[in-house]
Design a protein around this ligand. Structure first.
Ligand SMILES: [Zn+2]
Length: 374
């Protein structure tokens, strides 16, 4: 039962039908279908400036993010957000990460701000990674500039909630990484770490020391690193679509869960490395390739994702008082989501009590009704 965008009641149909609040309610018939919370995709790069994979390299990103207009970037990002909504995502995190170039970073963050909460919640993250190849001195100056100027500016403008760090295993950088996390926390950011490298022990240690909310990727985490993470409150955010697409190793989800770590699942969507934005696909891959059960994978893709974004009070589950972010899927049982790998099963997406997407009919359309989008 939903009122003013908030879940008021949850329970068996017969009980709800007898409540006073039900008298004037509009009924949505979901007979034979699955109703579940909207997906919370807690790790994406959807506002990637490039339209295809032809251009590459992180130094290239800075150039290209500066070139398209803000309106064009916003239109592209909006199209990706709408595609996500059609596939059942109702809350999404979006990272920057085009290098310490103020124009590129703040431009992307301002674009994200224009998209905020319409049609789904969008949570922006500033992603710091080392500048491209260059002299150490240039690195130092760039890092100092990020700590002293860019981070405070982003914070003052309320342009990002999270500060993420692209880890580098080279120990000469670890002192600076620690300072970055410290500076970000002092400014009031919540922190994350991208740990996709072979040795993640130092990254996990730093994540625990700085109370980061999530450490993401972890494809190469060793048993000792799994044990270390399981002792902490840091969430392990795993990205199986990335491993699937690259044909590389999957993160040790089973070991992490069995050791007691909190695991979230996310798409890592970006047009170049992981062009899959469907969290249904992510759940199916997690079950097939990381030995997660459907129950674990769905929790990881909803409520644990909400925890990884600091949104668990309002999103991630169908509970009284939470935002009415829910899906009706064209399967009778949640186990079928894993079986129907690769199809979009979303019949309806609801965000804050409003239907933002409903599956359409296949029909012959007269050519005059066709609209050009771009
Ligand atoms: Zn990523």
């Amino acid at each position: 039962m939903v009122q003013n965008g908030v879940i008021q009641e949850v329970g068996p149909t017969r009980r709800l039908e007898n409540l006073a609040i039900a008298r004037h309610a509009v009924e949505i018939n979901a007979a034979g279908r699955l109703v579940m919370p909207g997906f919370v995709d807690s790790h994406t790069h959807l506002a990637f400036p490039l339209g295809n994979r032809a251009t590459s390299g992180s130094s290239g990103n800075v150039r290209t993010v500066s070139s398209p207009s803000r309106a064009r970037l916003a239109a592209r990002a909006r199209a990706q957000v709408e595609a996500m909504a059609r596939h059942g995502t109702t809350t999404v995190e979006v990272k920057t990460g085009c290098g310490p170039d103020e124009n590129a970073e703040t431009k992307l963050l301002r674009v994200l701000r224009t998209l905020k909460n319409d049609p789904i919640d969008l949570i922006p993250t500033f992603l710091f990674h080392l500048p491209g190849d260059g002299l150490c001195g240039a690195h130092d100056a760039a890092a100092e500039w990020v700590f002293r100027e860019l981070l405070p500016k982003i914070r003052r403008g309320h342009l990002a909630r999270f500060a993420d760090l692209a880890w580098n295993a080279n120990p000469t950088w670890h002192g600076r990484f620690s300072r970055y996390l410290q500076a970000a926390r002092q400014l009031g950011f919540l922190c994350k770490i991208h740990a996709d490298q072979v040795s993640t022990a130092d990254a996990i240690r730093m994540a625990i020391e700085h109370l980061v909310v999530s450490i993401d990727h972890l494809e190469h985490a060793s048993p000792g690193e799994v044990a270390m993470l399981a002792q902490s409150s840091t969430i392990a955010t795993l990205l199986p679509a990335t491993s699937f697409h690259a044909g590389t190793e999957f993160a040790p989800a089973r070991e992490l869960i069995d050791a007691g770590a909190a695991v979230a699942l996310a798409s890592n969507f970006n047009p170049r490395h992981t062009p899959a934005l469907s969290m249904q696909t992510v759940v199916a891959l997690a079950c097939r390739h990381m030995r997660m059960t459907p129950e674990e994978a769905i929790c990881a893709a909803t409520i644990n994702g909400a925890h990884a974004l600091g949104r668990a009070r309002s999103a991630g589950s169908l509970e009284i008082g939470k935002s009415a972010d829910l899906l009706v899927l064209s399967v009778p049982d949640y186990h079928d989501m894993v079986h129907h790998f690769g199809s979009n099963l979303v019949h309806l997406t609801m965000k804050r009590g409003e239907i933002i997407y409903e599956e359409g009919e296949v029909a012959h359309l007269p050519v005059e009704q066709l609209r050009l989008c771009w």
